[in-house]
Design a protein around this ligand. Sequence first.
Ligand SMILES: Cc1cc2nc3c(=O)[nH]c(=O)nc-3n(C[C@H](O)[C@H](O)[C@H](O)COP(=O)(O)OP(=O)(O)OC[C@H]3O[C@@H](n4cnc5c(N)ncnc54)[C@H](O)[C@@H]3O)c2cc1C
Length: 411
Amino acid sequence: MHETDVVVIGAGAAGVAAARRLAAARIPTVVLEARTRVGGRAWTMRGAGMPLDLGCGWLHSADENEWAAVATTLGMSIDRTPPPWGIRRKTIGFPPDELEDFRAASERYFTRLHAADPADADRPASDFLEPGNRWNPLLNSLSTYISGAELDQVSVHDLNNYHDSGTNWRVVEGYGALVEAYAAPLDVRLDCPATTIDHAGRHLRITTPRGDIRARAAIIAVPTSMIARALPRFVPALPEKVEAAAKLPLGLDDKFFLHIDRADDFPVESRIFGARDRLTGTYQLRPFGRPVIECYFGGSLARELEQEGPDAFARLAIDQLAAHLGADIRKRLKPLFGSAWGRDPYALGAYSFARPGDAGARSVLAATVDDRLFFAGEACSVSDYSTAHGAYRTGERAAEAVLGVFEKLGA
Ligand SMILES: Cc1cc2nc3c(=O)[nH]c(=O)nc-3n(C[C@H](O)[C@H](O)[C@H](O)COP(=O)(O)OP(=O)(O)OC[C@H]3O[C@@H](n4cnc5c(N)ncnc54)[C@H](O)[C@@H]3O)c2cc1C
């Protein structure tokens, strides 16, 4: 049986940040990763001759985001072009007066939502819509991009706990590539899921298909979807963790990339909403000036498209784009590839949201057990959940907690 001081379970943004912190303190650490690659929901595809992120792409709260500093240290390039959603003239195919009307409705909606008193009972975010407002379907689409779920499923308290500095940058080489590069010096065992964490004895015993590992502490940095399904399973059971994880389900978001022929005809870094009266895909034209369209689908629309099969994303995207850009565009769009995070066995979704009444589950999930089971991952963050920098912070926090306990024990 292998022995080490700390086992980190999951080599996503959280697990990698945790393991790097422990490595800096020279604590013997093994990272177990179920997939055959590191990065988890940070995943850069290079097949199209350019880096394209199927998972996280934006350094949200970029001016405070640890990954931006890591990128610079690793010699990667930061692109500071503001996102198209923040700039009026960047939304195309939306008449300016209508866009103004939508923006005003959206501002009123978010002002009402942010004014919700945290001392009051939690409510679904849909309660703050103006009944019958024509823009409610589009606000619901925004919710599927923000939370991976429609407004009626999402907790207002949790939304109001979220912190956003308002600055968004990108890594030119890809966010996934960044997490992967940061993991390079670590001892990561790929294709090695942790199936059981036995914490009954003096040492932890972590079971994997490649043998057991004995450790003094473990940082569990897997998505809530895994903990809720008992992968890994805790022995003795930790029902409060499984329950907290189940209260923080992963919403669903998927990306699909289309190549555009003669791309120079289209404005860089602009966007199109596929529809305004129902759940819709949103399309970012020519990110980084590249000859591609990044198509984004969320919530039940993404779920339906995943169920229909791999061609469904491209079909809907091309239909919606042709409705705005003219039928000729069809000949110029070539499907590249896309994600199906809901079907990915080690994600089963995109990022966590809290149902009404469940915002408190984040702290329950993050709490340490017996000074030796530590929890990390985006869902453990109260204010930066659903993001890669939130994941980083929970990983680093868990590693600091491990170091604190080891110090206390004099080791
Ligand atoms: C489509 C999409 C767009 C996104 N856009 C952004 C964005 O623009 N900006 C942003 O900040 N965030 C974005 N995110 C969210 C961001 O990617 C995640 O919040 C973050 O990467 C989560 O990191 P994590 O370490 O918590 O979890 P993960 O990345 O899921 O890492 C967990 C790891 O654990 C592994 N694992 C699971 N079970 C086991 C097991 N039993 N044993 C061993 N290993 C296991 C998994 O394979 C995975 O590698 C996006 C996500 C998606 C899907």
